[in-house]
Design a protein around this ligand. Structure first.
Ligand code: ZN
Ligand code: ZN
Length: 125
């Protein structure tokens, strides 16, 4: 994330990195992604979004779908959204790939409204 911050163009509002490297926190757990809350940098790892990671045949469409959900999730954090209790919402916390698959590639009404509010209160980003 430091590297991303340094390589970000000065006029960028958000920088999102996508990596195939596993994002794990030693002793703790792994992450599908990470973001600065209300900050400019987010990163998503595709590593555990691959079916192959679970010993299953690769599925490009599924990978893309999962990646979109995680990108929405991390970008949501950069715009100040917290985790959402609605398991279908892109902002719900997924600690397991099945939870990612249970999400929809969109925000729930509440999170969507919060995003709109952020954009309008700042006069756009
Ligand atoms: Zn999150
Ligand atoms: Zn939500």
């Amino acid at each position: 994330m430091k590297m991303l911050a340094q390589s970000a163009p000065p006029d960028a509002t958000r920088v999102l990195g996508v990596t195939d490297v596993d994002l794990s926190i030693p002793m703790l757990t792994f992450l599908f992604g990470q973001a600065n809350l209300d900050g400019p940098i987010a990163v998503v790892s595709l590593c555990r979004l691959h079916q192959e990671f679970y010993g299953l045949p690769e599925n490009e469409n599924l990978l893309r779908e999962r990646a979109v959900k995680e990108v929405l999730h991390e970008l949501g954090h950069t715009f100040g959204l917290a985790h959402c209790p609605d398991p279908k919402c892109a902002m719900s916390l997924a600690t397991h790939i099945e939870l990612v698959d249970g999400k929809e590639a969109q925000y729930c009404e509440r999170c969507g409204a919060q995003l709109v509010e952020r954009f309008t209160s700042r006069g756009g980003v």
